[in-house]
Design a protein around this ligand. Structure first.
Ligand code: NAI
Length: 474
């Protein structure tokens, strides 16, 4: 039987379900097709479960240092089973919340795999969605005026290094580990690699991280990456940059995995109980029926315009499947913009330089806008202000004085071009920098904002003053 809709969204992750809610708020008859579980990667295999584990790791690490705070504890013992149960409890609770939101928005949810058909008896345009139902019942046929593809991305490996789930894993398998390994080799020093290295080290696992580029987090500000490397070494993480991993050297040896990497012309062998591969994610654009449309791909990513329309103007795509910043908060905002455009509103396009990037390791890392190098490459005359957490009273109280905030400003206009942070709670502090970017604020304006004392936020005020050499507590 065919069901008619204003919008059908394929994929119920953070991008898809937020787009569905916005579409329904705008009075559009909306359906969502999801092959696994509403909430998608972020809720079930990404942001939420990984941050729950990271928090347990940080608590464990803090408890081990509790004497520094005058709190004496008997031996801290890690119960990893409970850590996992807590993680699952948080995911379940949020999952129920998303299901409730779909009901509240009167959004029809189809549990199954959606494929786009070409012109058919249902419509002269491509875009009818055939749903192969998860429960094996007969395919449902959805006939929408518009489609939003929000199918996300999946883990990938290196050519020649097959994920076997035991010795070689991705973040998907790592999240489900029933017990911690004694040692882990992480391939890739990007966002996933950094978060897992931090978490595992805090849990007491021996970690080596092999990164191909010159620095960890190659797209973040150089000074932030250097500080991260220093702090990771302090945590006893073996950080190896410029590492060309050789997949054909992988072997299993007495319950351990061995793999070699060429580092500065020399072959080095690494041994660990498991290898975690974190070298990026592939878009889920295959098997969707895109060959029945004029939709164009770039390396598997769906090409869209600033309103997220594909070459078929009534078919939109948002989130990881279009590439760019593969971040949940970027996807949800893209979903809102797409829904508003479909409803005939005139949404202002997202400025990607305004999207904050956050990494939930210890120390946390966050950034928005251009790095110092990027700003210089773009021809800006740059001035910077930097302020360390060492001189921030609240950081001292927390016992977390490592790290800093760095503001990159345009010397000609005084506009802030980028803000880069490493240290305690910076994934929260970055929102002030994001607002500053949206309001086109100058460092002077931030310095005029009164930050309460004592608070970690004072670091922003001081870094802003530092841009013009006026920081107080240095
Ligand atoms: P990524 O692109 O952030 O990092 C991959 C890293 O692997 C890069 O540093 C790259 O230079 C390195 N690499 C590539 N090939 C290599 C090789 N052969 N040997 C050694 N290193 C190699 O990708 P990642 O970490 O897998 O994350 C995937 C996506 O998920 C990212 O776009 C990320 O933004 C998103 N994500 C976001 C999170 C957050 O916002 N906190 C958390 C987790 C993931």
């Amino acid at each position: 039987m065919a069901h008619e809709y204003d919008v059908v969204i394929i994929g119920g992750g953070t991008g898809g379900y937020v787009a569905a809610i916005r579409a329904s708020q705008l009075g559009l008859k909306t359906a969502i097709v999801e092959k696994e579980a509403l909430g998608g990667t972020c809720l079930h295999k990404g942001c939420i479960p990984s941050k729950a584990l990271l928090w347990s790791a940080q608590v464990f690490s803090t408890v081990k240092q509790s004497e520094d705070f005058g709190v004496e504890t008997e031996n801290a013992i890690l119960n990893f089973k409970k850590v996992q149960q807590r993680k699952t409890g948080i995911v379940d609770r949020l999952y129920k919340g998303v299901q409730h939101l779909m009901k509240k928005g009167k959004i029809d949810v189809y549990d199954g795999f959606g494929r786009i058909l070409g012109p058919s008896i249902f419509s002269p345009l491509p875009g009818t969605v055939s749903v192969e139902m998860t429960d094996g019942s007969e395919n449902e046929m959805l006939v929408p005026k518009n489609v939003i593809i929000a199918t996300g991305s999946r883990t990938k490996s290196l050519p020649g290094l097959d994920i076997d789930g035991t010795y070689i894993i991705t973040s998907d398998e790592a999240l489900e580990m029933e017990q911690l390994p004694r040692s882990m080799i992480i391939i890739g020093g990007g966002v996933i690699g950094i978060e897992w290295a931090s978490m595992l080290a805090d849990f007491g696992v021996e970690v080596a991280i092999l990164e191909y580029a010159e620095q960890l987090l190659p797209s973040e500000d150089q000074e932030v990456s250097k500080e991260l490397e220093r702090l990771f070494k302090k945590k006893k993480i073996n950080v190896v940059t410029r590492a060309k991993v050789q997949p054909d050297t992988f072997m299993k040896d007495g319950g351990f995995a061995k793999i070699s990497a060429e580092v500065d012309g020399r072959l080095k062998e690494f041994t660990g109980e498991k290898i975690l591969v974190a070298v990026g994610r592939n878009p889920n654009s295959d098997n969707l029926g895109l060959q029945n449309t004029d939709i164009e791909l770039d390396n598997g990513f769906i090409k869209v315009n600033e309103y997220y329309q594909t070459k078929e103007s009534h078919i939109y795509a948002i989130g990881d499947v279009i590439g760019g910043l593969q971040l949940a908060h970027a996807a949800s905002h893209e979903g809102i913009k797409a829904a508003e455009h479909i409803a005939g509103e005139d949404p202002s396009p997202i400025i990607y330089d305004h999207v904050p990037r956050c990494i939930y390791s210890t120390p946390e890392i966050a950034g928005v806008g251009l790095t110092e190098d990027e700003a210089k490459e773009k021809g800006f005359k740059v001035k910077t202000g930097k302020f360390s957490f060492q001189a921030i009273g609240k950081a001292l109280i927390f016992g977390e004085t490592d790290g800093f905030v760095k503001i990159v400003s345009d010397e000609d206009t005084n506009d802030i071009l980028g803000v880069h942070m490493i240290g305690p709670n910076v994934t929260d502090l970055i929102s002030e920098a994001g607002l500053a970017r949206v309001l086109d604020a100058t460092a002077w304006e931030i310095s005029q904002t009164i930050h309460p004392h004592p608070s970690l936020g004072e670091v922003m005020g001081e870094a802003a003053l530092a841009v013009d050499g006026r920081a107080i507590h240095i």
